[in-house]
Design a protein around this ligand. Structure first.
Ligand SMILES: [Zn+2]
Length: 348
């Protein structure tokens, strides 16, 4: 029987920065050094976890660590909760943002300097090990960012799987270009071992890139480029006004399997269906979706975002209702191990 392996990854960090539209009053302040972090979404973390636990679906929680503005705050503040999730079958990986303090602008901005990137990744991995007592096996980089240097540093430090890729996408920066600089425009939409010379090309590195699932017909739309343009200007309230419109017309500027309370589920559901077809054609397919833990908080009311719970349950139900294939929910590391087993059995 054809197999579909499914994994959910959560970028698990503080509230959104206050420079993101909608989060002005309740977000973390990244215009200060040290930053002023807000963790108010975390009171609903158990409820979020329950959406998955109640259906026996493991989650790969990727815990935010960096060399500023967050450093090891999350690891320290939530150490017990994180270890508890791990002992209950979830995976704990790392989510690293490559922020650096910009003296000129007096704010935290993304660095694209390879030396800084390497330093931040190494520092973050150290903090993770120091606070939790084990090394992470999987990663998703902040804003999906990647470089050859980051990929090599992750591999050299024993990371089995990275899921930063969203094949077919790239961004030159958002919010006054202070973050969201990444390029996955050439990456394949299936797991691959990257090349040492080009992280977007298959090669013979040991680390496995397991991209976030996308499918052919969900190419970035006019709305995607409009959203990117709007969010490139700082504090755009227009972007927020687009949300109800997007919901009304059932459209989504995101691409592939991303679950968010702010956009329609259509691309995610289309991706799920496409991966069912892929599994039936190839015998096996790996479906990987991601979300942000802090989306369980409604930034306008400070209350729980009930729609998000509803969306997550709907997505899991949608996957469970697929017929004619065997479905296995797994962590990112389990998917990587399964992939390697199959690769090896093909070669021998
Ligand atoms: Zn992040």
């Amino acid at each position: 029987m054809a197999q579909l392996w499914v994994s959910f990854a959560s970028d698990t960090e503080d509230n959104q920065p206050s420079y993101v539209p909608g989060w002005q009053s309740i977000g973390s302040n990244y215009d200060a050094n040290p930053s002023i972090l807000s963790w108010s979404w975390c009171k609903y973390w158990p409820d979020l976890s329950e959406c998955f636990k109640s259906k026996d679906v493991p989650v790969s929680w990727l815990i935010r660590t960096d060399d500023g503005p967050v450093r090891d705050h999350m690891l320290s503040l939530f150490r017990d909760e994180i270890l508890e999730l791990r002992s209950n079958g979830d995976e704990i990986g790392i989510h690293i943002h490559t922020f650096a303090w910009n003296r000129e602008l007096s704010r935290w901005t993304q660095t694209t300097n390879p030396k800084n990137q390497t330093r931040i990744v190494l520092r973050s991995l150290d903090m993770f090990k120091e606070k939790l007592g084990f090394a992470p096996s999987c990663t998703r980089m902040g804003w999906n960012t990647m470089s050859n240097e980051i990929m090599k540093t992750l591999e050299a430090n024993g990371i089995l799987a990275d899921s930063s890729a969203i094949p077919g996408t790239c961004s030159l920066g958002k919010f006054g270009k202070r973050d969201n600089i990444y390029d996955w425009s050439r990456a394949p939409n299936r797991p691959y071992h990257p090349s040492h010379e080009d992280y977007q090309k298959p090669g013979n590195m040991n680390i496995l890139e397991i991209p976030i699932s996308t499918h052919e017909t969900s190419k970035p739309t006019l709305l995607t480029s409009l959203t990117n343009k709007l969010s490139a200007t700082r504090g755009s309230s227009l972007l927020l006004e687009l949300v109800p419109l997007a919901r009304m017309f059932n459209i989504n500027p995101n691409y592939g399997f991303y679950v968010s309370p702010w956009w329609s589920l259509t691309p995610a559901i289309r991706t799920i269906k496409a991966y069912q077809t892929k599994a039936l054609q190839d015998g096996i397919a790996y479906l990987v979706g991601f979300f942000h833990g802090h989306d369980i908080l409604n930034p306008k009311t400070g209350e729980k975002n009930l729609i998000f719970e509803k969306y997550l349950s709907r997505i899991i139900k949608e996957i469970l209702s697929l017929h004619g294939i065997e479905i296995t929910f797994a962590t990112l590391s389990e998917i990587a191990k399964k992939y390697e087993r199959d690769e090896n059995s093909i070669h021998f």
